[in-house]
Design a protein around this ligand. Structure first.
Ligand code: ZN
Length: 403
């Protein structure tokens, strides 16, 4: 049964500077119960640039993080959730200086006063705010920066009856309301390149992976992925990184995940422990030096491992990522064959194996990516796939799909 929710939110900063704050609050709340005193603080906020793609349109926005808590503009969240059962509308009433939020059945009202803020946008003001849920009063903080009011995601979740789960390993957030799950994920490191996207559990998700590069087709593949605003995972060879550092930087900056595929592509079960460790550690080091991002995934050359190799990889803190669909692009080297086999066999939560060293693979992507999008497939990186599927990656364990 759906909870009855009535929410009244109040931020009264400007007015509280002029009037006794109890008077200002009474105007907004119209006979509501006695209020908890409001609190104001100046805080340092970290800006996160984000984007989401909804109904074929890119929507750029930003959130702010204060003390590990995430603040989002309410209208951005409304926009992101507009396609889901968690949708709600936002309307500004200039006469009352209130914001009204309405979801499906519960009625939610928010009243606020904006405060003057630091034009640099680094310093914000937190304001104590009040929220009524099921006639119980709760106290929480909002953040005012640049004339905009930001809400803590989890406070809105509470108001709208959905849950938020933070996965520290993948730096991801999963939003769900029971009826539908939405992954709101951050796959890049927090900071200027952090990005967030919305995924619907009603549609299938797949992870494209490209091995053995950077190579001949890497830039062509990056072009196709950029054209459709989708992301993939590249398992690169350490010995190819320095010679292709521009491509590596482009890959990282576009938000693709970079995994470790060893230094020189040997059959690992034949090597000593020391050499296996060198293959992996040197590759992570060179990738970190060139891109600033340290891989958290390993793919064994030829998918060859065994207990001893798995233990060594596990001791370095990395899971082993194999695949669930291999269109054997290295064998056919034919774009039509690759396209046909993938379209015939692809399933929800697949990890697809390709090689970005073959031109035919790049050509196949030109048709494959839009065709898969048309069929409703959502493209995610391997880490996002696992997060979305509720799988926590364990070092030394082999994963082949998100199923
Ligand atoms: Zn390989």
């Amino acid at each position: 049964m759906k909870k009855k929710i009535t929410v009244v939110l109040l931020i009264s900063i400007l007015i509280s500077l002029i009037l006794p704050s109890s008077m200002a609050r009474a105007d907004f709340l119209n006979g509501a119960p006695a209020l908890i005193p409001l609190r104001r603080d100046t805080v340092v906020a970290t800006r996160l640039d984000s984007s989401t793609r909804v109904n074929d349109q890119n929507h750029n926005f930003h959130t702010f993080e204060v003390d590990g808590q995430n603040f989002i503009r309410v209208r951005d969240l409304a926009y992101m959730l507009s396609d889901t059962p968690m949708r709600f509308s936002v309307a500004w009433n200039s006469e009352n200086r209130t914001v009204e939020l309405r979801s499906n059945s519960p009625y939610v009202a928010v009243g606020h006063e904006l405060t003057k803020v630091d034009p640099g946008g680094k310093t914000g003001t937190t304001a104590g705010s009040l929220i009524f849920i099921d006639e119980r009063l709760r106290n929480f903080n909002t953040l005012n920066i640049g004339g905009e009011t930001y809400f803590r995601l989890r406070d809105l979740a509470s108001a709208f009856d959905f849950s938020i789960n933070w996965n520290a390993q993948n730096q991801s957030i999963i939003i769900s309301n029971g009826a539908e799950q939405v992954a709101y994920s951050i796959s890049a490191s927090q900071g200027q390149n952090a990005r967030r996207r919305i995924l619907h559990t009603s549609n299938p998700v797949i992870a494209l992976t490209f091995d053995d590069g950077p190579g001949n087709a890497t830039n062509a593949i990056l072009d196709v992925l950029a054209q459709h605003n989708v992301h993939a995972t590249f398992f690169v060879l350490g010995n190819r990184v320095y010679g292709n550092s521009d491509t590596m930087v482009r890959m990282a900056n576009r938000g693709h995940e970079i995994g470790n595929h060893s230094w020189s592509h040997p059959r690992l079960p034949r090597l000593s422990e020391a050499r296996i460790r060198d293959e992996i550690i040197n590759t992570n080091n060179v990738i970190t030096n060139v891109t600033g991002v340290t891989p958290v995934l390993f793919r064994a050359p030829y998918g060859l491992s065994g207990n001893r190799v798995e233990n060594i990889v596990g001791s370095l803190g990395l899971p082993l990522i194999n695949w669930s669909l291999d269109p054997r692009d290295w064998q056919s080297r034919n774009a039509n064959t690759i396209y046909r086999d993938v379209m015939r066999d692809v399933r929800d939560r697949d990890i697809l194996l390709f090689h970005d060293i073959h031109d035919a693979t790049g050509q196949a992507m030109i048709r494959l990516v839009p065709s898969l999008l048309n069929q409703g497939f959502q493209f995610v990186t391997v880490s996002e796939l696992m997060c979305f599927s509720g799988i926590t990656l364990q070092p030394g364990t082999i994963y082949t799909s998100g199923r």
